[in-house]
Design a protein around this ligand. Structure first.
Ligand SMILES: Nc1nc2c(ncn2[C@@H]2O[C@H](COP(=O)(O)OP(=O)(O)OP(=O)(O)O)[C@@H](O)[C@H]2O)c(=O)[nH]1
Ligand SMILES: [Mg+2]
Ligand SMILES: [Zn+2]
Length: 296
């Protein structure tokens, strides 16, 4: 019974795949625990040639998660940056982008937007305009095309990835797996071509997977999402997760202002003056509402 240290590289339900030095081990947790995330460093005890039990999880540097009313869902551990992949087509959801940004801020993770498929020129102008909001908030936006400009895309992304642990998230069909295929040549992830032709949903990524690029660099592919609940964030965390709110906080008439409908609210005044996008304030109110619905 040897004890080993390994990194969780994939998770499906309560089954995990862990990379130890040169071998991959199929792991389970003890009992019904399922609090392990891709990116976790774990201590495991081997139970057979290629199987092991997870004994403990090393302290995490960061933890990214979503949650609904009932429970939280771990996305990845120990990532240092989040790439939110958006595209010219299919169109992206501002609600989901902002939710991912809020999750990154709350977890203390640097976020970037990767605008993919810039070869689809008909939709580019409008998409650029929409992405400009996030650039104005301080989130870098990188324009790429995994399909049409693979070399330029590779050259643009590699320096950002070096020495970091990066997770790609975004809606289905934005090109996360295409980008990872470009960056990790032996990843060979099925990309969604078939589903587009037959509309069967095949080849869409169904589980989160970590690829180690070198000792200090890794990249994580994740399934596309359609909702991104943040029920676990407190009011204070929410306020701090909106960078454009920061210079106004403390200037409201009431020190405990919720920025909903209170008189002389500095945040709402800034919205009315055009300094804060109404869409972002609306999302803040929605997230505040969600956090009051949390049942755990
Ligand atoms: N025109 C164009 N199409 C692209 C580009 N990058 C990816 N695609 C196509 O977009 C589709 C979806 O790509 P995927 O990489 O599977 O997208 P994904 O984000 O991994 O999707 P899920 O796994 O479902 O979350 C595929 O048909 C790709 O060939 C690009 O730069 N330009
Ligand atoms: Mg994919
Ligand atoms: Zn206020």
């Amino acid at each position: 019974m040897t004890e080993l240290t390994a990194t969780i590289i994939a998770a499906h339900g309560r089954h995990y795949l862990a990379q130890a030095d040169t071998e991959k081990l199929q792991c389970v947790t003890r009992g019904k625990k399922s609090d392990v995330a891709v990116g976790d460093i774990v201590h495991v005890k081997r139970t057979s040639n290629d199987q092991a039990v997870i004994e403990s999880i090393a302290e995490r540097k960061t933890l990214l998660y979503r949650s609904d009313q009932y429970k939280s869902k771990l996305l990845a551990a120990n990532v240092t940056q989040l790439f939110i992949v958006i595209a010219t087509e299919p169109g992206f959801s501002d609600d989901l982008v902002s939710r991912a940004l809020v999750a990154a801020e709350a977890a203390g993770i640097q976020a970037h937007l990767i605008l993919n498929k810039i070869d689809v020129t008909e939709a580019l102008g409008k998409t650029r305009e929409r992405a400009a909001l996030y650039a104005s908030l301080g989130y870098p936006v990188h324009e790429v095309s995994a399909r049409a400009y693979p070399d330029a895309t590779h050259a643009a992304l590699m320096p950002l990835l070096q020495g970091q642990s990066t997770i790609l998230i975004g809606q289905s069909g934005m090109g996360k797996s295409s980008l990872i295929n470009l960056i990790v040549p032996d990843a060979d992830i099925a990309v969604r071509e078939i589903s587009e032709a037959l509309d069967t949903g095949k080849h869409t990524t169904t589980f989160t997977r970590l690829y180690a690029m070198d000792e200090h660099t890794s990249i994580i592919d994740s399934p596309g999402f359609q909702e991104f609940g943040l029920y676990h964030l407190s009011e204070g965390m929410l306020e701090r997760a909106f960078p454009e709110f920061q210079s106004y906080l403390g200037n409201c008439k009431f020190y405990n202002c919720h920025h909903i409908n209170e008189p002389e609210c500095a945040i709402r005044t800034a919205v009315a003056a055009g300094a804060i996008a109404p869409m972002r304030h609306q999302l803040y109110l929605q997230l505040l509402h969600e956090s009051s619905q949390k049942l755990y």
